[in-house]
Design a protein around this ligand. Structure first.
Ligand code: CUA
Length: 318
């Protein structure tokens, strides 16, 4: 599916069982607040009308009213009851949405970086970046980490936000109930490009998930095309390999920047900055700072021809 067709949505577009609980609680709370508003506003209007100053007002003090025990008990008990009900329901929803993890191992580890997301599937030995997949109908345990500063992982239609805190992994459960492509963003200010730290979440059938994850574990073949080979040589000779990993390329095993093993499969470059095409990749490599000022990837000062060759190599990695 194309990003332009993605469910940008709102938190009210419920696509996980966790978000169903959260939205239901939200709507229930909103309903109670609406009733309180109508009662209070109605009484206010009625009282203003009923007790307005009469035509023949003689200016004397109105009749003075002192305490009324029964009334005071009622108007203390009703709000107390409402607060207790909402408090208990909130606690229940929190326990249902985020139950204890126990000794369960995460299905997906999300690592926030300035300014991109790393996704590891430890059970499959797969690492990818900026775009991840989850199987429909399975409650996946997601561990959220940070490699530098505090970020917050938020796929809007999944409802929950989870902070990525350095040195303190957090957990969330995601049980998708609808297939589709859902977008998210970092939602904790983390520096200049906080707004360009986009998340692409693909929810697919369990069979399609298996197909996808198995394909990720396969080392992509490098074609014998001259431009591809030239690109690979340049990639290995330049400083690219000091930050990036490409499985099957022994020179490129660094884990500082995004894993580029299957770069060609991704929809965007730079965590949502550019559409992933060879032309855009060449422009991006020539000066990423133009597109995302402040990112850790330097201007590589590549010639047009060299950038083109490296782009052709990386875009051959399906
Ligand atoms: Cu990462 Cu804001």
């Amino acid at each position: 599916m194309e990003i332009s067709n993605a469910d940008l949505t709102s938190i009210f577009n419920v696509v996980t069982s966790q978000n169903k609980w959260m939205v239901d609680l939200h709507m229930f709370t909103a309903a109670i607040c609406t009733i309180i508003f109508i009662v209070v506003a109605g009484l206010l209007v009625a009282i203003i009308g009923k007790f307005k100053t009469p035509e023949n007002d003689d200016g004397s003090e109105p009749r003075q009213v002192r305490g009324n025990v029964r009334l005071e008990i009622v108007w203390t008990a009703i709000p107390l009851l409402i607060v207790i009900v909402l408090g208990v329901l909130t606690a229940i929803v929190m326990l249902v949405v985020n139950p204890a993890v126990g000794s369960k191992k995460p299905d997906l580890i999300v690592v926030g970086h300035q300014w991109w997301w790393e996704y590891q599937y430890p059970k499959y030995g797969v690492t990818t970046a900026n775009e991840f997949y989850l199987p429909l109908g399975k409650n996946s345990l997601v561990e959220v980490r940070s490699a530098d500063v505090v970020h917050s992982f938020w796929v809007i239609a999944f409802g929950q936000k989870m902070d990525a805190i350095p040195g303190h992994p957090t957990n969330m459960w995601i049980h998708p109930t609808k297939k589709g492509l859902f977008l998210g963003t970092c939602s904790e200010y983390c520096g200049a490009q906080h707004g360009l730290m986009r998340i692409i979440a693909n929810v697919v059938s369990p069979e399609d998930f298996e197909t996808w994850i198995k394909a990720q574990a396969v080392i992509p073949a490098v074609s014998e095309d001259a431009t591809v080979l030239k690109g690979k040589e340049l990639f290995n000779a330049a400083t690219c390999v000091q930050c990036h990993r490409v499985a099957g390329n022994p020179d490129a095993q660094a884990l500082i920047g995004p894993d580029l093993t299957h770069l060609a499969q991704r929809k965007t470059l730079g965590a949502g900055v550019l559409e992933n095409t060879p032309e855009n990749l060449a422009k991006w490599m020539q000066n990423p700072q133009t597109f995302k000022p402040g990112i850790n990837m330097p201007n590589m000062r590549l010639t047009d021809a060299d950038a083109h060759s490296i782009a052709v190599y990386l875009e051959s990695l399906k």
